[in-house]
Design a protein around this ligand. Structure first.
Ligand SMILES: [Zn+2]
Length: 145
C-alpha cells in the first residue's frame, strides 16, 4: 500500500508533470469537475491544476486519473446572461402580443385563435364593434412593421 501511495503522491509534479495526489487525498482548494458541479461551480476555462490517481482494474495501465481544478478560480455554472434573458423575454412578449391589434397582454394568447379574444370576437361576429375604442399608440413606433 505504501508503495502505491508513493507512486501516486507527487505534490510537486516532478514525476507526472502536474501535482499528483492519491485518490481522496487531494488538498483543500482543489476539486474535480464533478465536485465543482455539486457546488454549482465550473472550471471556467482554467487549466488543470492537479490530478488524483487511484488503482483501477478497468483502466489501461491500472490507474484511473481525475483532474482537479482550483475552487478559488471556479465560476458559477451557467450564469443568466442578459442575452439569454432578453431572448426569453422577447419570446414571451411575442406570445403575449396580439398580431391584429398589437396589444400586449399579461398572459399568453391562445395559439388556437392566433389573436386576442376581442379581435377574435370582432372577426367572428358579423357586426363590427364601434370604432370608438382607441388603441394605445403612444411610445411604440410602428415603423419597423
Ligand atoms: Zn387583438
Amino acid at each position: 500500500m505504501s508503495a502505491a501511495f508513493g507512486k501516486c503522491y507527487d505534490p510537486s509534479g516532478a514525476r507526472h508533470g502536474i501535482p499528483t495526489f492519491p485518490w481522496k487525498y487531494a488538498p483543500d482548494g482543489y476539486a474535480t469537475r464533478r465536485q465543482l458541479r455539486a457546488q454549482g461551480l465550473r472550471p471556467g476555462g482554467q487549466p488543470v491544476a492537479a490530478q488524483v490517481m487511484r488503482r483501477s482494474r478497468r483502466r489501461k495501465g491500472g490507474v484511473a486519473v481525475a483532474y482537479l481544478y482550483r475552487t478559488d478560480l471556479a465560476k458559477p455554472v451557467r450564469p443568466m446572461t442578459s442575452r439569454r434573458c432578453g431572448a426569453l423575454a422577447l419570446a414571451m412578449l411575442a406570445r403575449r402580443t396580439c398580431p391584429v391589434c398589437r396589444v400586449v397582454y399579461g398572459y399568453c394568447l391562445p395559439t388556437s385563435l392566433g389573436m386576442c379574444l376581442p379581435c377574435h370576437d370582432s372577426t367572428s361576429s358579423t357586426a363590427p364593434p364601434p370604432s370608438a375604442t382607441t388603441r394605445p399608440r403612444g411610445g411604440i413606433d410602428d415603423g419597423q412593421g
